[in-house]
Design a protein around this ligand. Sequence first.
Ligand SMILES: NC(=O)c1ccc[n+]([C@@H]2O[C@H](COP(=O)([O-])OP(=O)(O)OC[C@H]3O[C@@H](n4cnc5c(N)ncnc54)[C@H](O)[C@@H]3O)[C@@H](O)[C@H]2O)c1
Length: 436
Amino acid sequence: MSDCFDKQFEKIHAGKFTAAVIGLGYIGLPLLLRFAESGSEALGLDVDPAKIDSLSNQKSYIKHIPSERISAVYDKLAFSTDFEQLQKADVIVICVPTPLNQYREPDLSFVIDTVERILPNLRQGHVISLESTTYPGTTEEELLPRIESSGFKVGEDIFLIYSPEREDPGNQNFSTQTIPKIVSGHSANCLALAQALYDKVCDQVVPVSSTKVAEMTKLLENIHRAVNIGLVNELKVLADKMGINIYEVIDAAKTKPFGFTAFYPGPGLGGHCIPIDPFYLTWKAREYGVHTRFIELAGEVNNAMPDYVVEKVMLGLNQQQKSIRSSKILVLGIAYKKNVDDMRESPAVVIMDKLVKLGAVVDYSDPFIPVFPKIRNYYFDLDSVALTAENIANYDCVVIATDHDDFDYDLICEHARLIIDSRGKFKNDNENVINA
Ligand SMILES: NC(=O)c1ccc[n+]([C@@H]2O[C@H](COP(=O)([O-])OP(=O)(O)OC[C@H]3O[C@@H](n4cnc5c(N)ncnc54)[C@H](O)[C@@H]3O)[C@@H](O)[C@H]2O)c1
């Protein structure tokens, strides 16, 4: 055991440490607050000055994270865009994006850029934890050599952790504190520090034997979702043709107390994780000559769902002697899932784009997204339409893309001329409803 390790372990075990979190998005911000709430000094760093400004003024920019949570622990918090501040920290947690590039390959540029910014500010004793989702091998192949190039020995001077984030934004039943935390370290010292650190902020810490195991665990979890959603989406299409309501089937199947987990169909995959993460493994698998067919197939089925919804819109309008061209269509819910304001990779936006390209006049309504923001690949100059009886009745068709709890479904059902429901909100046979 090195002196440096003993000192850091003591500090962290006693809860007398400063934790810096880099990347204050959906994952980093709640984690930062959790460090502050558990009594540590917490330093939030981001490259986006607008976010730092907002947080410095005790204002959350994420709908489901109330500003009051920031105010409650403000004396423990500091925010900055200046990476030199890292010199004051004992622990550095990296929560930056890990998207795919235009060739659907892992884009680690945010992680690498962050490491490059940390390096000049590295000091003996720093504990570095990567939380971004990534392929097995990233910590060892990308972080370790860069850190050791600065002259420090990982495991003795610097301690390297991989601990995947499992946050489910908007889920009231689970939080950063109550979700069991997988932790791993590059060496036994690193793992011991990982356990001591996350013990302070999480109720249950689950150590695994290597960073690769932890990286693969996160991917297994998300691939499990992507593949099962793909399966149920495929069965939805079949059940529909057979005149069977897939939701009734799922409700019946889930009464089995073992061996079945319910997954629900929808208009396609959305969010920063499920449509993206599986392809991190697909890419890495090629290095080993393995073709990950389940992942590819699930991707194919799930990516086809927006077209399926558009086809249902076409059929519904057709029954009323109308075409998509020139029809007024209102898309309900453009966030990627209900009750959040995150619209990354949202299938609702893909559906809007396809409808517009077919000549429809498209609007949207989403209480979480008052103005359509600038996002990658798509832009609509639109504000959210208020859901009044008059507005609903004004459209030829209403598409339920995301089933926010705030929507008044009785009002929608009463006044919409045609509802294309991709979320199973209307399970009974209403005359104006088509399940999609
Ligand atoms: N959102 C989720 O539900 C979720 C769940 C589990 C895991 N994850 C993983 O967590 C990671 C972060 O995701 P997120 O949803 O919080 O992303 P996000 O886009 O909400 O937040 C990332 C933040 O990092 C900042 N950033 C980008 N580059 C930076 C840099 N070089 N230095 C400092 N800050 C930088 C951005 O400005 C942004 O504020 C990803 O790997 C993601 O796969 C996300």
